[in-house]
Design a protein around this ligand. Structure first.
Ligand code: C5P
Length: 243
């Protein structure tokens, strides 16, 4: 269940004109763009429409997390935007995820609803502090795997997950479950504040359908050249793996 080009560029900004210009510039060089709270809270539906007018799929990354009725209402209000992908938090529970899936199933059918498993900013210590019993990386991965399975059972189309959890999620949820992976850094680029990073080729090899890539493209001197370089890196890795 992949897009033609797996790269979705994260337009993390409140600068409307910059985001719109970059979305147009990147069209054809990436599979889509992602806009999140920062952009959407600043510019709302009109801002969304201007980015979407670049003519490519949009991932609306608002990570809804509330009681089922409120999440269903929120998604219902967003449904007419018809983003390619939208998300909720898996920690909102099965009933909330089912409400999310049911709300958008009645619409155009094109929007994929996915769940954030565990924020990659949280580790085993954070899980313990939150009252979960997590004794290390394995326990964290089991937690993520469980959340992904709950999302799948609730009828969602996939998850946002760390590249390091891809194999466990594929094993639990099968090949058709959409996996959207942030924390991607081309081999040649600085990691910034991302910790558990992976190269685009490594993430794809391990089963990522969508690679969310922000600053390595948006902060490059030439964003189109940066996107092209990542595409070339992916093509070379795929060709090498076929030999
Ligand atoms: O600039 P960078 O490539 O680090 O951007 C990654 C994008 O993915 C950002 O929009 C960030 O909010 C998002 N994200 C993340 N880690 C998650 C979920 C989303 O980095 N666990």
């Amino acid at each position: 269940m992949a897009f033609d080009n797996p790269i979705f560029c994260a337009l993390d900004t409140t600068d409307l004109e910059w985001a719109v210009a970059l979305a147009h510039e990147l069209h054809g060089h990436v599979g889509g763009v992602k806009i999140g709270m920062e952009f959407f809270y600043a510019h709302g539906r009109e801002g969304y429409a201007r980015v979407a007018a670049s003519g490519q799929p949009v991932f609306l990354d608002l990570k809804l997390h509330d009681i089922p009725n409120t999440v269903a209402g929120g998604l219902g209000a967003l449904a007419s935007l018809a983003p390619a992908v939208i998300n909720v938090h898996a920690q909102g529970g099965s009933a909330m995820m089912r409400a999310a899936a049911d709300t958008l199933r009645g619409g155009s059918g094109a929007t994929k609803v996915i769940a954030v498993t565990l924020l990659t900013s949280l580790d085993a210590d954070d899980l313990n502090a939150l009252g979960y019993r997590a004794d290390g990386n394995d326990a964290t991965q089991a937690h993520v795997q469980n959340l992904a399975q709950l999302a799948r059972t609730a009828g969602l189309d996939g998850v946002v997950c760390s590249s390091h959890d891809l194999k466990a999620i594929r094993q639990a949820c099968g090949p058709d479950f959409l996996t959207v992976v942030p924390g991607i850094r081309p081999a040649s680029v600085d990691a910034s504040d991302q910790k558990r990073i992976a190269t685009p080729a490594w993430a794809r090899k391990n089963g990522a359908d969508v690679l969310v890539i922000g600053r390595p493209i948006t902060r490059a001197d030439d964003p189109v050249a940066a996107a092209r370089a990542i595409n070339a890196e992916l093509t070379a890795a795929e060709a090498a793996s076929r030999v």
